[in-house]
Design a protein around this ligand. Structure first.
Ligand code: SF4
Length: 202
């Protein structure tokens, strides 16, 4: 069985819904059709930003996104609102071919929103984040995604300055304060993994 198909079957066994698209534009069109008249929360994500998802969904949903917060509203105020919505969307830092999903978070809004409280959670993620094993997925999240995210935010963390790996730092702007492994779909909530073949995100 091909790697991609093996991964999808592993996700289905772990009770996730799965959809697959060649491009981010196709995935955005799908989500735009599937989510209508809802309150929607976003976990900050380069992938979703590059897909223009906020503008599309905000045209016919009430969307809360810390990266598009209203003037005068703090990150914390907007991020709290994302936790009480019908639908929550975020990306992932890495996935294993055996079906585990891995995310690292510094503030916690992204992983908190992915665990509880919504009707449905969507993980919108590019297949370039797929790793052979859970150990390798955790390695990717810590040593590839987190350093790139550190640099994107303009933090002076050692990973961002050296650009090669995680240094398990104690910097005030450390972005790796929790690492979540989703072993299976959470109980009492719908969860869909929206896979994209196009390379997107960090
Ligand atoms: S723990 Fe520190 S050095 Fe390691 S990836 Fe996170 S911010 Fe960078």
């Amino acid at each position: 069985m091909e790697r991609e198909e093996r991964f999808i079957q592993a996700l289905i066994r772990r009770r996730y819904e799965v959809s697959l698209f060649d491009t981010g534009a196709q995935a955005a069109a799908y989500l735009d059709g599937a989510i209508d008249g809802k309150t929607v929360g976003f976990g900050d994500s380069e992938t979703m930003l590059s897909m223009g998802l906020y503008d599309r969904l905000a045209a016919h949903n009430q969307v809360f996104d810390p990266m598009h917060r209203p003037e005068g509203e703090t990150f914390r105020e907007t991020a709290r609102k994302t936790l009480l919505t019908d639908v929550f969307l975020t990306s992932l830092n890495a996935m294993s071919e055996t079906g585990e999903l891995v995310n690292i978070d510094g503030t916690g809004n992204r992983v908190a929103g992915s665990l509880f409280g919504h009707e449905k959670v969507y993980f919108v993620v590019s297949l370039n984040k797929l790793c052979p094993t859970l150990d390798e997925a955790i390695y990717r999240a810590r040593n590839v995604a987190a350093p790139q995210n550190s640099a994107r935010h303009g933090f002076s963390n050692p990973c961002a300055l050296k650009g090669d790996r995680c240094y398990d730092c104690s910097a005030k702007d450390r972005i790796c304060n929790a690492l979540i492994v989703h072993y299976r779909k959470m109980r009492g909530i719908q969860m869909e993994v929206v896979l994209i073949r196009e390379e997107l995100g960090l």
